[in-house]
Design a protein around this ligand. Structure first.
Ligand code: ZN
Length: 523
């Protein structure tokens, strides 16, 4: 409670109180919420299952830290013509990161194995750590393709070091265990890292971190394609530019993409063109499925945080573009865990034949839908939200939300924003089977509190429902208020003042009338 005396404060408080009394507190708002339609982040589409086709050539490219927001916008305005053309030919899906922190190593481990940190152990970045973690032997797409088809060629091209080089101590070993099954392995350690080497001078994105440009990485992929066009193959490559630019310059400032982040995405798109051209030159493009995706998004210059649906949407919901409509699915979105089993299915391998089973986490893509019922996609049902239409200075905003879901309710979060606080989340406390409650405040001054409720179910999909259904925030005013007892003397003074005024006016008026009457009277 903040209550300060002083003339102007008292007057303001009186006015505010009068206003409050005038409009009187209305009863609690009770409202019924619908189900969020997720738009580009995952919408149910009219869907007819395409015949599953397999491909002798599978190409998987990741753009490090390329956010869906900016990739989508630059596809629409044709700043990324290669991605635009792949998407026009095939499909774009939203990708949810659901079981790991949104960092590179955990993302690459998930993309390449289909498993979360519970199985891979890769739960964070290990570039700079003295401990190095790798996806356990045998679990990656490349290893499983090699296990299924010994004659397939497997390639991996990475922009940073998988082994120590002389200029950096940052070494990443996430995919190290697949080296034995990889026919073509090109990474930063294959370059001299001597400044006198023209290859290094031309192709290093960051000399002291031993990072190679997307252009150089793609030229190595093109060499692999040309050399192996007569064989079936799986080639995997990673471009680092967007993450590098995002950390150095942020992805956007005041809602506009930074020139550096934009150029990074453009460089990746040009590199993709090099790979598409190599496939066409080799005469195998029509038998190739290309998948392009990212390890995590970007938001306000960073990306580390909780997974979907708890972290920032621009970080936790990413994208996948493929040149083949076969990769469409009925949901419009997949989990990052689906990418590896889908690559296997596209190559003709049966994801169900591998252990540990993917069954609980990976079956969204049309290429592999062994058990649709395991993926529950129904959002929670928000039956009611009880909240006051306004609150007062010195008081809190309290809500009670009733939520049900067949998979159980994982959490109900009140997202709120007032003054200069910025958006924050408050996990509501479970009262009984379906009711959750919590409060924000008490507030120390008048302003408007903006809020919405986010309910997350207990399924692996992390289905979300919002109140209001479109997540457009509710505005709840905090009115000025003073303790009633401080108003008693003020009210008494007002009554006394008004009373005195009326009394004086009546006396004065009465006297004048008497006077006039006197003049009017004839003598
Ligand atoms: Zn990354």
């Amino acid at each position: 409670m903040v209550w300060k005396g002083g003339k102007s404060t008292v007057v303001r408080a009186m006015l505010a109180t009068a206003f409050t009394i005038l409009i009187v507190s209305t009863p609690c708002g009770v409202a019924y919420a619908g189900v969020l339609t997720m738009g580009e982040r995952g919408v149910w589409e009219t869907y007819s299952s395409p015949s599953v086709r397999t491909f002798p050539h599978v190409v998987l490219i990741t753009l490090d830290g390329a956010s869906k927001l900016w990739v989508d916008r630059l596809i629409v305005n044709n700043t990324l013509p290669t991605l635009a053309s792949l998407k026009a030919e095939g499909v774009e899906l939203a990708v949810r990161i659901v079981d790991h922190q949104t960092v590179t190593d955990a993302g690459l481990a998930c993309i390449e194995s289909g498993y979360g940190p519970g199985i891979t152990g890769v739960d964070q970045n290990y570039f700079a750590s003295t401990t190095k973690k790798s996806v356990p032997d045998g679990l990656t797409t490349g290893e499983r393709i090699k296990e299924t088809y010994p004659t397939w060629k497997v390639g991996l091209v990475m922009p940073w070091t998988q082994g120590r080089v002389n200029v950096t101590s940052s070494v990443d070993s996430t995919l190290w265990n697949q080296k034995g099954e990889t026919d073509y392995w090109f990474a930063s350690e294959n370059v001299t890292w001597s400044l006198s080497d023209p290859d290094v001078r031309r192709n290093s994105l960051d000399f002291f971190s031993a990072l190679l440009t997307a252009g150089f990485v793609s030229s190595k992929v093109a060499e692999f394609i040309s050399a192996n066009k007569g064989d079936s193959f799986y080639i995997r490559a990673h471009f680092v530019e967007p993450d590098h630019a995002g950390h150095a310059n942020s992805e956007a400032v005041s809602g506009r993409i930074t020139p550096e982040y934009r150029e990074a995405l453009v460089a990746c798109d040009r590199a993709l063109k090099t790979i598409v051209d190599a496939l066409e030159d080799a005469g195998i493009y029509d038998d190739t499925v290309i998948l392009v995706t990212t390890d995590h998004g970007f938001f306000q210059g960073s990306h580390s945080g909780s997974p979907y649906p708890f972290g920032e949407d621009d970080v936790t919901t990413v994208w996948l573009v493929s040149n083949r409509a076969e990769v469409r699915n009925p949901l419009g979105w997949i989990l990052q865990n689906d990418i590896s089993p889908t690559c296997l299915a596209l190559a003709g391998a049966d994801p169900d034949s591998f252990t540990p089973a993917y069954s609980q986490t990976s079956h969204a893509l049309a290429a592999w839908v062994p058990n649709e019922t395991l993926r529950e996609v129904t959002p929670p049902s928000i039956a009611s939200v009880n909240y006051p239409s306004q609150t007062s200075v010195g008081e809190s905003l309290s809500l009670t939300v009733t939520v049900t879901d067949a998979s159980g309710v994982y959490s109900v979060i009140l997202m709120y924003n007032y003054s200069t606080v910025g958006w924050r989340g408050l996990t509501l406390t479970k009262l009984n089977g379906t009711a959750f409650s919590g409060s924000v405040g008490p507030f120390n001054q008048e302003f408007t509190v903006y809020w919405y409720v986010k309910a997350v179910d207990g399924s692996i999909s992390g289905n979300v429902a919002y109140y209001p259904a479109d997540a457009k925030p509710v505005a709840t005013p905090v009115r000025g208020a003073v303790p009633y007892w401080t108003l008693l003397p003020v009210a008494a003074l007002v009554v006394a003042a008004v009373g005195s005024l009326l009394y004086l006016r009546r006396r004065k008026f009465g006297a004048r009338r008497t006077g006039l009457e006197g003049h009017a009277s004839p003598a």
